[in-house]
Structures are given as C-alpha cells and as structure tokens.
Design a protein around this ligand. Structure first.
Ligand SMILES: NC(=O)c1ccc[n+]([C@@H]2O[C@H](COP(=O)([O-])OP(=O)(O)OC[C@H]3O[C@@H](n4cnc5c(N)ncnc54)[C@H](OP(=O)(O)O)[C@@H]3O)[C@@H](O)[C@H]2O)c1
Length: 266
C-alpha cells in the first residue's frame, strides 16, 4: 500500500507554514483520508525540523532544498520516484520578490525571483502530477500567486510579472489536468502578515506601513480559505474582498492609468 502525502513548498514560514499546520491538524475535516506524511520544502532546516517535531499524528518530512536551483527540484523528483507515494495535495507557496527598479536590482535577485516563483513552481508541478491519483480522493494543486499579478508594477516589476505568469500558467493547468481529475486553484491574496514584506524591502520595513496596512490578511485564514476552495475544485481564489475590486479595476482601467497608479505606490 502506498503512502498518501501532501507536499508544501515555502513551509518554513508565513503562508506555507500556515498550510502545513492546518493540514497537520485537519483530522479528517477537509481530507477524509488523512495524509501519512507532509513533505515540507524550504531552505531553513532548523525551522522545518522544529515544525516536524511539533506534530505527532502526522509525519512531517523536512526537505531542505533551494528551489532557485534546478537540482533542488530534481532531488524531490528522485525521492518521488524512489518512494512512489500518492500525492493528494501540492501547495506551491515558496516565493520571493525584492522591491526596487530593475536597474537598481542585482542580476541574481532578478534571476532568483524568476527561478523560484516561475520555474520551480512549473517544474515541481510537472514532477508531481504523475504521482497524483484521481481514484485516491480529489487530488489538488494550490498555487500561491498574488494580486500583484493583476497589473504591471514599476518598482516591483519582476515580482508582479512573475505572479502574472503564475496566474496564467495555473489557469492553463486547470484545463490540462481536468481529464486527470486534478484541480488547480490559483490563490491571489493581497498583503498578508508574514516575513514577505521584511524580505521584499531587505529589512527596511518589518510590516506593511503604507495604505496597504489597512488590508493585511492573516496567513491562517488565507490558507483555510484556499484549502476549502481547492476541495471544492475552484479555479481561482482572490482574497480578501478588497483584492476582488483591484482585480475588477485591472480588467477595466486603461493601462496608462494602471501604470500611473501602481508607479506611484510607495
Ligand atoms: N505576504 C504577502 O503579502 C503576500 C501577498 C501575496 C502573495 N504572497 C506570496 O505568498 C507566498 C508565500 O510568501 P509568504 O508571504 O509566506 O512569505 P515568507 O514568510 O517570506 O515565506 C516565503 C517562503 O518561501 C521559501 N523560499 C524562499 N526562497 C526559497 C528558495 N530559494 N528555496 C526554497 N524555498 C524558498 C521560504 O523558505 P526559506 O527562507 O526557509 O527557504 C519561506 O518558507 C509567496 O509566493 C509570495 O509571493 C505573499
């Protein structure tokens, strides 16, 4: 009998960690058949090991992997081939973005943003899908995009473009994987209270300080809503309501207005 597993990238903090904790405590609420293991992917080994030791009902397998390097994806693929588990859920939450103009930013920061947010998410999806079995419940993929992907953002251009990629890729995969019985849910949150903003500003801001501070969501609530949306087979979750308005605006406003608005965001 195969092991039934979930794989979560970005599991060491923020949204990914919230997914891991919710799954570990699920007790059959959302997933009728419990997971035997949760594979938790990130670079910080200590944070992953601490999480692994916090739960007794489910085995958390820390996979210390740098997703900016293709060898990290290959290592996960090899593990899947060796153990042949049934993957019930893949959550692609690992991501990064550094604020600043393209000319200010280093080549490595641009390249890492694209590698982690776009390449790793696509390649891991391709590696995992052959291990998702439709007869084994309803397998699902949750890809964490962002409302930043709705429109171009001067001073955060690579990140916003990478999230547009995630939205487009995930929507296309929801169609390609439908005959396989695999749902793909694209999650587009606005600002969420995690380590993201501190990292994005390279330590200059601990949290959102501008107008966005009024719209910050809680990572646990976001993960909860995302899991429910995935179980219902929903293709897209834009959360919270304020981001739905932004989504609508991005569809109807002229690009010149959008650029003027987003270029003036501080
Ligand atoms: N927070 C927000 O406001 C917000 C809004 C919209 C969308 N998002 C998206 O939500 C996702 C999760 O971000 P978060 O808010 O939870 O931020 P976070 O707390 O900074 O978490 C980012 C996660 O990605 C992992 N990661 C980063 N680089 C990695 C690499 N090279 N290899 C492997 N793992 C890597 C980090 O783990 P290690 O550092 O241990 O490697 C960490 O677990 C991201 O895709 C982000 O773009 C965030």
């Amino acid at each position: 009998m195969y092991q039934r597993i979930a794989i979560i990238t970005g599991a060491s903090s923020g949204i990914g960690k919230a997914f891991l904790e919710l799954l570990a405590r699920d007790n059959g609420k959302l997933f009728k058949i419990p997971f035997d293991e949760i594979w938790a992917v990130a670079r910080r080994e200590e944070a992953l090991c601490q999480l692994a030791s916090s739960f007794e009902n489910v085995r958390i397998v820390p996979l210390t992997t740098d997703l900016s390097d293709i060898s990290g994806i290959k290592a996960i693929e090899e593990m899947l081939k060796a153990e042949e588990p049934a993957v019930g859920l893949l959550v692609n939450s690992a991501g990064m973005g550094i604020k600043g103009t393209v000319m200010e930013k280093s080549v490595s920061s641009i390249s890492d943003t694209i590698s982690i947010n776009c390449s790793a998410l696509s390649l891991l999806t391709k590696a995992v899908v052959p291990f998702m079995k439709s007869e084994d419940g309803k397998p699902g993929i949750i890809n964490i995009a962002s409302s930043a992907g709705f429109f171009p953002q001067p001073n955060f251009a690579v990140y916003a473009a990478s999230k547009s990629f995630v939205i487009s890729f995930s929507r296309a995969m929801s169609y390609e994987f439908k005959p396989l019985g695999i749902s793909v849910t694209t999650v587009c949150p606005g600002p969420v209270r995690t380590d993201f903003q501190r990292r994005a500003t390279e330590g200059r801001e601990e949290d959102f300080t501008d107008w966005r501070k009024n719209f910050v969501s809680d990572p646990v609530k976001l993960a909860e809503r995302s899991l429910k949306a995935s179980r219902k087979g929903r293709r897209m979750l834009v959360y919270p309501f304020s981001q739905k308005l932004l989504h609508l605006a991005s569809k109807i406003l002229p690009t010149s207005w959008i650029l003027c608005f987003s270029g003036n965001l501080k």
